[in-house]
Every structure is written in structure tokens, then in C-alpha cells.
Design a protein around this ligand. Structure first.
Ligand SMILES: [Zn+2]
Length: 496
């Protein structure tokens, strides 16, 4: 990776990238979406995306379709229930191509776990189980797309009081339940009373970058962390006693105060953590049976050189066999993302930032490996760079432009600032700032956002994405967005 990085700095790899991205389309009719001529879709519409000779007359089901000057076309086609025949006809003086796609519109499937009957356990009957893997989600409903309530480390002990399909219902308090996939836990036995832990000690400590709040427990219990106006709230469930609940805590590092309420009758212990500055990232994990809440300290930002001593993690979306979205003339999103990331790396490093990449070439890096790299990097900010596409049912002529996604409240301001600066400098349509549960937006440390620079399936934006100058400007506008965010936070945090 280091050698490639050096080679790039010397310029020897730059030429091939330009050629890859400016690949010309052939003059024959090519359809890039739908991917096969026979397909099943449950949405009320789909789109036909492809390219042909720029001077061709194109009709889809006898309706004239605009062909852009690079040959691209994108057309939304409504679907009836059952079989739909879509005839695509392209003609110029030299060639006449016709192709027919068969799209079967089928009803949307309801997840099996949502349809299954609820098996309610007796009031004092629990299955005592433990989480098998780190970062396992507890959800609000028995469905893989349902809201995530918290993520639990391996070996966390759960009290299960019901079952629906392939999900278990987890009792957090007598009135609050959550759901976990049954194959994510190991069952020990059925018990007739909830097992409760005790907390023997709570301590605060710090090092150069982080503050730590450590709770020594008799065994690992489930917990939830909520971002508040002035810091964090930690809720520990199934706790009988907390030895620290009447103690006063000295301030430590960026922690202004820590207040722990007496264990409530519902066996919950709540920690109110007030910070001196805004939140810059946090995570919780177990070291044995000690729960560690690690909180990022506010960075010291130099107003003249805001990127000085700042580490930024850059993720070029997709890679290798995972091409991401495909543009009308066949260019792959993975190449566009990587080129923007390389340009962004350069402009960030030029201003003194330390940059770490999830991939520096066309390799496959699994998503959770990217998260691991991001979290081990000690980066302050993580930016995942993508170019957008839509699912069937949407209209790319209505929905397009630049969007920025976040998941955690702490990253909202970063997302908004990036959206404002990028759309302003690039002149792209504002496609919004959205909360989206994605592997690359869910980490609570570093601050994590995902940027969709523009759409691969919007013909005009696709043309821009193929333009090296646009990609350079995109990289510069993202750098400027991060810079503005860092400078704004100096004002609000009152540092320096
Ligand atoms: Zn993507």
C-alpha cells in the first residue's frame, strides 16, 4: 500500500485512472439496468438505464426518450401487476437495435418473523442466554430492518422472555423489551427469576485522546447509550446494586460531571455524563466484566491550520467485484469513488491532515473490516465517499444531487456543513441530509458520515462524475466542508 501511495505521489498511476473513468461507450445499444432481460420487481416502477449512439432515435414502449450527447439515457417505466413487456428500440442511419425486457411485478414479501405468532413466556420465566459476537444489534421489532436500540458485545448476558419466528424477545426492564436474532445468542437454561448483576466500582481516567468511565460488574449486562444535549446518558439493565450510586465524581479531562442515580425499581442504573465540549465520538466495550465507556476528547484546533494534527479516515465505497452503481455508458461507481478519495487525500494532506484510506486501489475490503480500520485509526472524522443510485420505484429526474448521511446525532452538524459547502461549491442540487443506518454511518467513533457526491443514474450528473475537473472540485469542496466544520466547532467549544 505504501509503494502505491508513493507511486501516486510521483504521478505514475494517475494516467490509467483518467483513462478508466473516461472510457467511451460503444455506439451499439447497451442496457446496464435492469441487469437481466427477465427479472422480478415489487415496486410500482423501474427504470431503463443504458447508452446508444448519441444521434440515435430511442423509443421505450413507443415513447420517445432523450439521448444525451454521450449516448446516455435513463427512463422511468411504470409497472403493472404481473408480466410487463418493455420494448427498447434504437435507430440511426447505420443501425437499428431492438431488445425486449420482461419484468414481473410481484407483491412485496412480509418477513417471516413478522408473520409468526408471538410465544409469550410465563411472567417469571426467562431463558438465560449470552451474545455470541461483538457489535450484535438489539432491535425494536423482530425484523432485520427494524430500528437498532443498542449494540452489545460478545458474552453479554440476556434475559429472554418471548419468541417470534427466528427472533427472541429480550427483557431490559419490566416494561421495555428488545429483539435479537435467535442464532446470535447461545442458550444456557430456563430460569424462574431474572439474574441480576452488581457493580462494585466506577472509576474515571484519561489519556491523551480519550476519557474513560469504567464500571466493574459481576457479569456482563446489556446497556444502552443515548446522546443528550450536553453529553451522554448510559443505561445499565438487570443491575441489582451499584456501589457508586451515592458517590461524587471529580471532573476528569473533558468530563464535566458524572452523576449516577440509585438503581431504579426496574433494575436500571442510569449515568448522566456532562461534557465540557460537544461530543466528538464514544464507544463502549467490555474488558472482562468491566464495562468501559470511552469518550473522545475535543481536538485542539489551530485556527490558521485547522487540519494540523487531525486524522481523517477516507473510505472509497465498494471495490473489486463490488462495482457499486453502474452509469449509463458502463462506468463503475467504485472507480469514481476511488478517484475522488485520492484527490481528497492529496488536498487534505496538502493542508497538514493525516489521512488513512480503507482502500488505495481496486481491492475488496469487507465493510466491517473498514469499520475496524476506521476505529483503530484514532481518526477524528470518517468520510465514506459514494456516487448514488436509486431503487426501483423512484425517479432519478426528480431525486438527484448531493446528499450526506449520518446515523448518530453527534454527526448531524458535520453532515449538514458538508452538504451546505459541497452543494454551494459544486452547484449540485441539494438532495438532503438524512439519517440512514449504514455500516459506515453507524460507528459512534469517529464522527462518521457518508457522502453521495452525485448520481450515477442521472445523465447530466453522470457526465459530471466522468469529468476529472468535477472530481477535483468535489474533493476540494469536501475538504472545505470539513474545514468549516472544524473552524465552527472552535467557536462553539471555545477552545484556543
Ligand atoms: Zn455506493
Amino acid at each position: 500500500m505504501k509503494n502505491l501511495y508513493k507511486a501516486l505521489k510521483n504521478g505514475c498511476f494517475i494516467l490509467p485512472f483518467v483513462f478508466v473513468i473516461n472510457a467511451l461507450s460503444s455506439n451499439a445499444l447497451q442496457i446496464v439496468y435492469p441487469k437481466t432481460e427477465n427479472t422480478q420487481i415489487s415496486a410500482a416502477s423501474t427504470f431503463i438505464i443504458g447508452s446508444t449512439a448519441p444521434d440515435a432515435k430511442l423509443k421505450i414502449n413507443d415513447i420517445d426518450v432523450k439521448v444525451h450527447d454521450n449516448g446516455s439515457f435513463v427512463q422511468v417505466v411504470p409497472l403493472n401487476d404481473g408480466k410487463n413487456e418493455i420494448k427498447i428500440d434504437s435507430q440511426n442511419e447505420k443501425t437499428h437495435d431492438t431488445v425486449t425486457y420482461i419484468i414481473n411485478r410481484v407483491p412485496q414479501e412480509i418477513p417471516a418473523s413478522m408473520q409468526a405468532a408471538l410465544e409469550e413466556f410465563a411472567p417469571d420465566e426467562f431463558i438465560y442466554a449470552a451474545v455470541l459476537k461483538n457489535n450484535t444489534p438489539l432491535r425494536a421489532q423482530p425484523d432485520e430492518y427494524a430500528k437498532r436500540l443498542t449494540h452489545l458485545p460478545k458474552d453479554t448476558v440476556l434475559m429472554i422472555n418471548g419468541k417470534k419466528g427466528d427472533y427472541y424477545r429480550v427483557s431490559l426492564t419490566p416494561t421495555e423489551n428488545a429483539w435479537i436474532k435467535s442464532d446470535c445468542v447461545v442458550n444456557y437454561s430456563t430460569i424462574t427469576q431474572k439474574m441480576l448483576a452488581t457493580a462494585s466500582q466506577v472509576s474515571l481516567s484519561e489519556d491523551r485522546l480519550y476519557n474513560y468511565i469504567k464500571t466493574d460488574l459481576s457479569f456482563q449486562i446489556p446497556f444502552k447509550i443515548i446522546e443528550t444535549d450536553n453529553g451522554l446518558r448510559l443505561e445499565l439493565y438487570n443491575l441489582d446494586k451499584n456501589a457508586a450510586d451515592t458517590m461524587l465524581f471529580q471532573t476528569s479531562g473533558d468530563v464535566k460531571s458524572l452523576t449516577i442515580n440509585s438503581v431504579a425499581p426496574d433494575k436500571t442504573s442510569t449515568y448522566y455524563i456532562e461534557l465540557k465540549n460537544k461530543l466528538w465520538g464514544y464507544m463502549a466495550y467490555y474488558e472482562g466484566t468491566t464495562l468501559v465507556l470511552k469518550i473522545r476528547k475535543a481536538p485542539v484546533i489551530d485556527k490558521e491550520k485547522p487540519f494540523k494534527n487531525i486524522t481523517i479516515f477516507l473510505d472509497a465505497g465498494h471495490g473489486a467485484d463490488d462495482a457499486g452503481a453502474i452509469g449509463p455508458t458502463g462506468e463503475k461507481e467504485k472507480n469514481i469513488n476511488l478517484d475522488i478519495v485520492k484527490k481528497l487525500q492529496k488536498v487534505l494532506e496538502d493542508e497538514g491532515a493525516k489521512v488513512i484510506l480503507s482502500r488505495a486501489d481496486d481491492t475488496c475490503v469487507p465493510l466491517y473490516d473498514r469499520v475496524k480500520m476506521m476505529q483503530e485509526s484514532d481518526a477524528l472524522i470518517s468520510l465514506s465517499i459514494h456516487a448514488n443510485a436509486l431503487a426501483d420505484g423512484a425517479d432519478p429526474y426528480v431525486k438527484h444531487g448531493t446528499s450526506v448521511f449520518f446515523y448518530n446525532r453527534e454527526s448531524v452538524e458535520l453532515a449538514k456543513t458538508l452538504r451546505d459547502v459541497i452543494t454551494n461549491k459544486l452547484g449540485t442540487k441539494d438532495d438532503g441530509v438524512g439519517m440512514h443506518s449504514l455500516v459506515m454511518t453507524r460507528p459512534t467513533m469517529p464522527l462518521s458520515v457518508l457522502i453521495e457526491v452525485a448520481y450515477m443514474i442521472h445523465p447530466e450528473e453522470y457526465k459530471l462524475l466522468l469529468d476529472e475537473n468535477f472530481r477535483q472540485k468535489a474533493a476540494e469542496s469536501i475538504r472545505d466542508g470539513v474545514k468549516e466544520y472544524l473552524l465552527n466547532s472552535v467557536k462553539t467549544d471555545g477552545i484556543n
